[in-house]
Write a protein that binds this ligand. Structure first.
Ligand SMILES: [Mn+2]
Length: 329
């Protein structure tokens, strides 16, 4: 038994007939892979399962088995009343689930399964393990606790979540156990090459060109040991609003510069909304900065959104917050 709560979660699932599973806003590979793996397992228990998301699943995740099951919904309009249980995956708070800033979650019984350090434990049952690489790895352990067999498609969905959330097994939360699980999933038929090709080698050309803008604007704060770049909406929109360009640029360029502890990529993705991705290079905890800005995340990968009309003021606020936290640590 990996988690004492696994049994309690299974009991709630057994009692339920109609179950909702979510993908979080701007769904990433861990969110979608986890949701679709859980979808398949719950369906194999003869449950009526629906996977809901406040955004559309991005094209580059359509290779995932059962990806057609992800349904974009508006949380303000969707009828939650027929559902007995809502299982919330890979989401640290309500806003990440609904994409609305101040909307409470529906009243359905909820279970949270997550690996974000800053998870707000907002359900009746909360299984949060911030020592684990990904929600997909956590789900693998839960399935093992349940004694559920892993099909080829469950293996593919889980391995996708693990590979994506670990930057191909590079990040610090990758343990020997993570690698053992990956080995087992590949033995079950998961196709590592297909995952790498789709997640790390299928960037649209406009996205890569946009990264050029990010790099061109990158600054080095030598005193506080970080790099940062900020792109206003007027520039972003000229590149046809490339999806998740900021997060992937952050993973690629923010934590790789000698002499720094971390990097921050800021993109005004909607007019008046500055979206920030932070990535750590050393053991400096970037989630502290994200939390101060109203966001959250992990030790070496975190994010936040600032709702601030003036772009320069928003950027300044991020820089001042970062410098303050660096000085305090
Ligand atoms: Mn995740």
């Amino acid at each position: 038994m990996n988690y004492p709560l696994s049994k309690k979660i299974l009991e709630e699932i057994k009692k339920a007939n109609k179950i909702l599973v979510n993908c979080h806003r701007s769904p990433d590979a861990d969110s979608a892979g986890s949701a679709l793996a859980l979808y398949e397992v719950l369906a194999s228990f003869a449950k009526d399962v629906k996977v809901i998301c406040p955004d559309k699943l991005p094209e580059d995740l359509k290779f995932l088995p059962f990806s057609e099951k992800v349904e974009k919904i508006d949380f303000e309009k969707f009828d939650f009343t027929p559902y007995d249980l809502f299982i919330v995956l890979d989401s640290r708070n309500a806003a990440m689930v609904t994409k609305k800033r101040d909307m409470p979650l529906p009243k359905n019984k909820k279970i949270v399964i997550d690996h974000h350090k800053t998870n707000e434990s907002f359900a009746e049952i909360n299984l949060v393990d911030d020592e684990i690489s990904s929600t997909a790895e956590l789900l693998y352990d839960i399935f093992e606790d349940w004694g559920t067999g892993v099909t080829k498609s469950v293996a593919q969905n889980l391995l996708t979540g693990i590979i994506a959330d670990t930057g191909v097994f590079a990040y610090s939360k990758v343990s020997a156990r993570t690698l053992q699980i990956a080995l087992f999933l590949m033995e079950k038929g998961a196709d590592k090459n297909e995952i790498i090709l789709n997640i790390f080698r299928s960037y649209p050309f406009n996205k890569v060109k946009f990264w050029g803008e990010i790099l061109k604007r990158m600054e080095w704060d030598e005193e506080h040991h970080f790099v940062w770049s900020a792109v206003p909406y007027e520039v972003y929109k000229n590149f046809d609003n490339p999806a998740s360009a900021k997060a992937s640029a952050a993973s690629l360029f923010a934590p790789v510069i000698k002499g720094t502890n971390f990097g921050m990529i800021m993109v005004e993705e909607e007019k008046g909304i500055l979206s920030i991705s932070l990535r750590g290079r050393t053991d400096f905890d970037v989630s502290k900065i994200a939390e101060k800005l109203g966001g959250g995340g992990h030790l070496s990968a975190a994010g936040a959104k600032l709702y601030e009309k003036d772009f320069d003021a928003a950027v300044l606020k991020v820089l001042e917050t970062a410098r303050k936290i660096v000085n305090e640590n």
